[in-house]
Design a protein. Structure first.
Length: 420
């Protein structure tokens, strides 16, 4: 089976034992099998086999229950609560978010939470479907539908998901022709396998995911508008890692996966302060996936009981050193003074509007640091923060951060005081 078409294993079915009225030979055979099984369970597995099994178990994705996908982050808690309500009502769910934010983790958690948890979870990466296999893989085919077909035909992935959950990953990259076929399936709730003379009904919980802006794709004509409104009923936008307030909890949980037997607080105690600071301050363009990879690397190369900054991937340490060097340079000191002057000019209006929450304070500080790092180059700061220019300008307005060009008097007085 292609790697991009992953089907969750079906629940085990009870074994139907033979009737007591069966023959004596059958009863004897069953007894022999039971005795053999008992002897096997008493023999410990060889160390090599145990090690291979343990390694294979650790390499599988550690999918979590829906309530374990976040810590104290209020935005994530509210998002998960809405996701529960969506699947309870059977609404199609569209999960948006940057690469590595955990879209498939959320999709699997929603399936396990739903009433369809005992049925199959079928995941399809629509971007990697070979064009010549799209029809047969998705819709299946009847016996003798084409040359080389299996003698008994094959169920398509849509039919395999009947009664369960169909997860369409990277739906924003789905070929346009396939979008038309999928729209009809969602509208009619039935499929017609290749070579079949009649349609087959299907009932699935649809969950889609993409890192693309589907609304822009619709405006550009690369994504069908009618399909967009069909799948974008319950929209969940996952926050980026740099926006989340529960990064220490996420780090602790990932370290517990690498250090079995430790509690989260014990795991954090084994992280040196400089390493933890580096982890918390990094921009994480790869989000949770990049964080997990960095921690796995650090745990593999660390030589002592403490995880130190030099154990982290080189690119993280280099970025941290660059930030420290720039902060100590005269130009960076001037930029920090610009940030301080900007904060002073906006403080009065901020107090009048509302009291800043801790989340606003941290986001404001992060944006000011990025602006200072790039000397108020909006485009460069937006790239560092993961925003577009328009989004950064909106953030500046929301957080009452005036542009440096609007603070000439305060900036001039601040620089004059520095050179005096």
């Amino acid at each position: 089976m292609p790697a991009h078409l992953a089907v969750a294993p079906a629940p085990a079915r009870p074994v139907r034992h033979a009737s007591p009225a069966g023959s004596a030979s059958a009863h004897t055979a069953f007894s022999n099998i039971a005795a053999l099984a008992e002897r096997i369970t008493r023999v410990p597995a060889p160390p090599a086999v145990t090690a291979v099994t343990t390694a294979a178990r650790q390499m599988r994705p550690d999918y979590l229950a829906i309530d374990d996908l976040c810590g104290t982050d209020a935005r994530m808690r509210e998002l998960l609560a809405r996701g529960k309500r969506f699947v309870e009502r059977g609404l199609p769910v569209l999960i948006l978010g940057e690469t590595g934010t955990g879209k498939e983790f959320l999709a699997r958690a929603l399936h396990e939470y739903s009433e369809r948890r005992t049925q199959a979870f079928v995941a399809i990466n629509t971007a990697s479907l070979p064009e010549h296999l799209v029809e047969s893989e998705l819709f299946g085919y009847q016996r003798g539908a084409f040359s080389g077909a299996l003698p008994g035909g094959m169920k398509g992935k849509l039919q395999q998901a009947d009664g369960g959950t169909l997860f369409l990953d990277e739906i924003g990259d789905m070929p346009y022709a396939l979008q038309t076929r999928l729209l009809r399936v969602l509208s009619e709730r039935e499929i017609t396998p290749l070579g079949a003379s009649h349609a087959v009904p299907v009932d699935v919980q649809l969950i889609c995911a993409t890192h693309q802006d589907l609304a822009s794709a619709v405006a550009q004509g690369t994504f069908r508008e009618d399909l967009y409104y069909r799948i974008a009923v319950g929209v969940l936008t996952l926050p980026t890692l740099r926006e989340r307030d529960d990064k220490p909890e996420l780090i602790a949980r990932m370290l517990c996966d690498e250090w079995p037997g430790l509690r989260p607080d014990q795991a954090l105690d084994r992280v040196a302060p400089d390493a933890l600071s580096c982890l918390l301050m990094h921009a994480w363009p790869g989000n949770l996936r990049q964080l997990r990879a960095a921690l796995r690397y650090a745990c593999a190369v660390m030589s002592g009981p403490m995880l130190c900054a030099h154990d982290l991937p080189p690119e993280l340490v280099t970025a941290s050193q660059v930030r420290s060097t720039r902060r100590d340079s005269p130009m960076e000191m001037h930029a920090h003074e610009v940030s301080d002057a900007t904060a002073c000019t906006s403080r009065a209006s901020a107090v009048q509007m509302h009291v800043q929450t801790p989340r606003h304070d941290s986001e404001r500080e992060r944006i000011l640091q990025a602006l200072a790092q790039h000397r108020w180059n909006i485009s460069a700061a937006a790239r560092t923060l993961g925003f577009c220019r328009a989004s950064l300008y909106r953030k500046l307005k929301q957080l009452s951060i005036p542009h440096v060009r609007d603070c000439g008097e305060v900036l001039s007085s601040g620089l004059a005081g520095h050179y005096a």
